[in-house]
Design a protein around this ligand. Structure first.
Ligand code: AMP
Length: 193
C-alpha cells in the first residue's frame, strides 16, 4: 500500500510527475485542482463557487476540498494506493486527511516535495499558460498563489516532517531525471510500505 502526497508550490511539476507515478505504481490519482476544474467545466454550484477563489489565486475553503476528497476516496476505497496531488494545502486539510485514512487503517506513507526555485516556477507557469490556457497562470495570480503557499501550505511540510514522513526531491532538470529522484525516495521507503 503506497499512499503518497506530492507536494510543492505552483509550477513545481506535481501534475506531470503524478502521471509518471500513477503509471509505475498503479495508484489512483486524487488532484483537488483537477477535481475543481472538472466541477467548473460541468458548471456545478461547487464549481461556480470555487472559480471565484481560483481565479483570484487564493485557496478554496477547507470544507469544500475536504468533502470533495472524501467523496472521491470513498468511491475508490479498495484501490491499492493513492497519490494526493495539490492536497492537503493547509494543516486543517492534513488533519482531515489523516483522520479519513486512519478510519481505513491506511495512513500516508510519505510526502514527497518537489524543490524548484521561484524564478523557475514563474517561468514554467507562464509557459503552461500558453499550452493549457488556465486563467490562474498569469504573473499577478502566480504571485498571489505563492503568498498563499508560503503562509498556508508550507506548514503542511512541517506537519509531515514531525511524523517523519517528509522527503524532498530535486524538481529541476529533465522530467525523467526528476522522476528517477522520486523513485529513489520511494525505494528508500520500501521497508516501511
Ligand atoms: P492546482 O491545480 O493544484 O494548482 O490548483 C489550482 C487552484 O485550485 C489553487 O490555486 C486553489 O485556488 C485551488 N485548489 C486546489 N487544491 C486546493 C486545496 N487542496 N485547497 C484549497 N484550494 C485548492
Amino acid at each position: 500500500m503506497l499512499n503518497l502526497i506530492l507536494f510543492g508550490p505552483p509550477g513545481a511539476g506535481k501534475g506531470t510527475q503524478s502521471e509518471n507515478l500513477i503509471r509505475k505504481f498503479n495508484l489512483v490519482h486524487l488532484s483537488t485542482g483537477d477535481l475543481l476544474r472538472s466541477e467548473i467545466k460541468n458548471g456545478t454550484a461547487l464549481g461556480l463557487e470555487a472559480k471565484r477563489y481560483m481565479d483570484e489565486g487564493v485557496l478554496v475553503p477547507d470544507a469544500v476540498v475536504i468533502s470533495m476528497i472524501e467523496n472521491k476516496y470513498n468511491q475508490n476505497a479498495e484501490a491499492g494506493g493513492f497519490i494526493f496531488d495539490g492536497f492537503p494545502r493547509t494543516v486543517a486539510q492534513a488533519e482531515a486527511l489523516d483522520a479519513m485514512l486512519g478510519k481505513h487503517a491506511k495512513p500516508i506513507t510519505c510526502m514527497i516535495a518537489l524543490e524548484v526555485p521561484n524564478d523557475e516556477l514563474l517561468r514554467r507557469t507562464l509557459e503552461r499558460q500558453k499550452i493549457a490556457g488556465r486563467a490562474d497562470d498569469n504573473e499577478e495570480t502566480f504571485r498571489k498563489r505563492m503568498v498563499e503557499y508560503e503562509s498556508k501550505t508550507r506548514p503542511v511540510a512541517e506537519y509531515y516532517s514531525a511524523q517523519e514522513k517528509f522527503k524532498s526531491v530535486q524538481g529541476v532538470g529533465e522530467i525523467d531525471e526528476i522522476f528517477a529522484g522520486i523513485c529513489t525516495a520511494i525505494d528508500a521507503l520500501k521497508f516501511k510500505v
